[in-house]
Ligand binder design. Structure first.
Ligand SMILES: [Zn+2]
Length: 160
């Protein structure tokens, strides 16, 4: 999975509404999940999301209790989902009840430890708290360069 310039990310409106609503229901907690997508030519099309039962909800970003276990669990689950569900792409997502679409310092530390990966940030749909529903991805790669490559993945909302 590489973030190339001509690659486009699409999310059906129904899934966008459901995931930003789920994040709103759990406000003010940060919640974690998995996001699945199918690859069609140069498109990544989101097909489904589920919760990640391995990571408990918290009110603030917390460091993994074991970095190695975090990495092993991520690799194990991604492999399992790809095999069992036949999905092309598996990403991790978590919510930012703060409304900030940027990576938190702890998010960056996790990506640095993994050295390569994607983090999807979901901003809850909470007009009362002045939070606009939003979903964005961050592609991180420091395998081949001294300075990490960090690319923003903009999702286009599509109606089915
Ligand atoms: Zn975060």
């Amino acid at each position: 999975m590489s973030a190339t310039k001509d690659f486009r990310y699409l999310i059906p409106e129904r899934i966008f509404n459901e995931i930003t609503q789920k994040a709103a229901e759990e406000y003010p907690y940060i919640i974690h999940g998995w996001l699945f997508a199918d690859r069609k030519e140069n498109f990544g099309i989101v097909s489904k999301f589920i919760m990640n039962q391995d990571l408990r909800r918290t009110k603030a970003h917390v460091k993994p209790r074991s970095w190695m276990r975090y990495k092993k669990s991520k690799i194990y689950n991604m492999r399992k989902f790809k095999q069992e569900m036949g999905v092309d792409i598996v990403w991790q997502w978590h919510s930012h009840p703060s409304g900030n679409e940027k990576l938190h310092q702890i998010d960056k530390r996790i990506l640095k430890y993994l050295s390569n990966g994607v983090m999807i940030i979901v901003v809850p749909n909470l007009p009362d708290k002045e939070l606009q529903p939003h979903l964005v991805g961050w592609y991180y790669d420091k395998r081949y360069t001294k300075k990490p490559i960090i690319e923003k993945m903009v999702f286009e909302i599509i109606s089915e």
